[in-house]
Design a protein around this ligand. Structure first.
Ligand code: G6P
Length: 367
């Protein structure tokens, strides 16, 4: 079937709005609600034998790898290494031992990621691939295909493929945790419940669009924008900055909140919007204290948090964007929505070609 924009102005906006449906679709093929279990497709290797995980990807998909590291390390207590595919092969990675190699790719054709996959297989590593296009080179090459069901993604800047990749990465993390004896039935039941709620929370996040559009006016005039987050929200800060760069051509950087004082704080003045991703939870206070350091130096803070977080730290910000209150595991899936919408509305204000940004390709098939 031909893919159309429907009533949306751009494919990207349509794809952002499709997320509750396609993430639900993706989760459906991994969640077993009756048994309260997260399942993976049949495989002929034993996950309980895995002693280390290596995740390789490019661009937005590489941030799924970074978030996967937090999830797999905390849930399964397995060491995880993440690298961008263009660096991976050339640093002579150590691939001994009982390794699971994971590639993440929307297209399944990105040349560097495919080469990294072939490199791992040549070294005898078992490989899994979180891939959106089931007929792609990567899908046909991996030992274990973990499909995303995002449907065709037309906008060059990845949105719905990203959140579907996160959903599958979470499913992989839960399966590794069970296989490693780190997850009992009750804990798994609870994680299944949280994952099941993701599409509804994404809908709530989408309902903040008008507020986000208003915030876009604070950002569209800026020359530089900083994004901060801690823990799994650190890769989300990187993703927020990447989305903004890709489609609005505004220079943006994502930083781990605690690293800001080791460099980027020098950039801060009252012309720099600082976008802080800070869901309530164990990392909230530390992130907020980093935010206050920046605010004291004039930064124009835009705080993305839940009602409790905004009540606690919203004072003195130029704007707040309210998200539903969610379990830390699923926060990246929900917080993806406001950062995508913000980049989108800034790009629209700037009048750029949102779906076909200059110099970028949907699928990069040269190394
Ligand atoms: C291109 C796209 C990005 C994407 C990256 C990886 O650079 O513009 O949006 O994240 O490739 O693509 P893949 O198909 O491997 O996920």
């Amino acid at each position: 079937a031909m893919t159309t924009k429907g009533n949306y102005r751009h494919f990207m906006l349509k794809e952002i709005h499709e997320q509750p449906v396609v993430v639900a679709q993706t989760l459906q093929s991994y969640l077993r609600p009756v048994e309260a279990k997260v399942a993976l497709p049949q495989m002929d290797f034993d996950l309980s034998a895995v002693e280390r995980v290596v995740i390789v990807a490019c661009g937005t998909a590489s941030y799924v790898g970074m978030i996967g590291k937090y999830w797999i390390e905390s849930l399964a207590r397995l060491p995880v290494e993440v690298d961008v595919a263009s660096e991976f092969r050339y640093r002579e990675p150590v691939l001994d031992g009982k390794l699971l190699g994971v590639v993440v790719s929307q297209s399944g054709e990105t040349a560097d990621t495919l080469a990294a996959l072939q490199h791992m297989q040549a070294a005898g590593v078992m490989t899994a691939g979180i891939v959106n296009v089931p007929t792609s080179s990567m899908a046909r090459t991996v030992d274990l295909l973990l499909p995303t069901h995002a449907g065709p993604e037309i906008g060059v800047a990845s949105t719905k493929a990203f959140t579907c990749q996160l959903a599958v990465m979470a499913a992989l993390a839960v399966n590794l945790a069970r296989a490693k004896g780190r997850l009992d039935g009750d804990a798994e039941r609870e994680l299944v419940a949280h994952l099941t709620e993701v599409p509804a929370y994404m809908n709530t996040a989408l309902a903040a669009e008008a507020a986000i559009e208003a915030v876009a006016h604070h950002v569209s005039q800026a020359r530089d924008v900083l994004y901060l987050g801690r823990g799994p929200e650190y890769p989300m800060a990187l993703e927020g900055a990447l989305k903004l760069k890709e489609i609005s051509y505004i220079h943006a950087e994502g930083y781990a909140s605690g690293e800001m004082k080791h460099g980027p704080i020098a950039l801060i003045d009252d012309s720099v919007p600082l976008i802080v991703l800070a869901p309530s939870g164990p990392l909230f206070d530390k992130t907020v204290s980093n935010m206050q350091e920046a605010r004291a130096r004039g930064a124009r803070v835009i705080l993305i948090s839940d009602a409790a977080g905004i009540a606690e730290a919203g004072e003195g910000t130029v704007a707040t964007i309210e998200m539903p209150s969610v379990h830390p595991l699923i926060a990246p899936l929900v917080y993806a929505v406001p950062i995508q919408l913000l980049a989108y509305h800034v790009a629209v204000l700037k009048g750029t070609d949102v779906d076909q940004p200059r110099n970028l390709a949907k699928s990069v098939t040269v190394e």
